[in-house]
Design a binder for this molecule. Sequence first.
Ligand SMILES: Nc1ncnc2c1ncn2[C@@H]1O[C@H](COP(=O)(O)OP(=O)(O)OP(=O)(O)O)[C@@H](O)[C@H]1O
Length: 262
Amino acid sequence: MSELEFDHVTVRFGHGRSLQTAVDDASLVVRSGTTLGLVGESGSGKSTIARVAVGLERADAGSVRLDGVDLTARSREARLARRLVQMVFQDPLAALDPRMPVGASVAEGLLASGRSPNRADREARVRELLELVHVDPARAGDRPARFSGGQRQRLTIARALAAEPAVLVADEITSALDVSVQGVVLNLLRELQAELRLTMLFISHNLAVVRYVSDEVSVMRQGRIVEHGPTDAVLEDPADPYTRELLRSIPVMGRPLDLEDL
Ligand SMILES: Nc1ncnc2c1ncn2[C@@H]1O[C@H](COP(=O)(O)OP(=O)(O)OP(=O)(O)O)[C@@H](O)[C@H]1O
């Protein structure tokens, strides 16, 4: 089991008159082994709440728990639980060190698993991880510049998986990619989720993409969760006027998803 729960999370930035509430009393549950799609317009707080889950942002109120363990606590239990939540970001080029062979970047992820394998085991595990994301292990010595955008994003996924996460937080991970390779990365995610039984928080402003990977969808507006439910119910018959507005602005939603549309 690996259920991720955001419980009345509030995050504010700034001080005094510039104080801004980026996440406003938001509660969400990502059920074990499922994908929750988080949608909303730019600036609605999606990235901020995701960053709280991996400790990159601090909540001013509320908590984030993994199977009941408060991830913000100082206990050993919390430290171990934090390792189980890994994040993948929008820009793979920024996430990979350009001077480092990609195999070494993936191996960095192994450190987060809490194990310290010897060199041979480390290399074997990196090969396995590259195979898992369909990158030729013989290319472990190449630098990121030698790979395409889609391959680089698969490499950052491999690095996240090296930490043996139970939960993957994916923040706009296909937004910077060519349309032609977005489907490849999404299919990989679905495949990995089934194989590794990952729990996934998947953030995107692209509703077609969200529909393709998500079991449930939450809609965020001005820091608040305004709608939540099974993907088809939310996207086909939204209860909230804001969700209806959001859907209207994305014409592709009227048709069944074709990966060519992504
Ligand atoms: N470190 C920060 N300092 C100050 N304000 C911030 C910071 N990070 C985010 N914000 C503000 O918090 C609000 C929510 O931003 P956030 O990035 O979470 O939204 P988002 O829904 O992910 O948007 P996008 O899709 O554009 O990434 C925005 O108004 C943003 O300007």
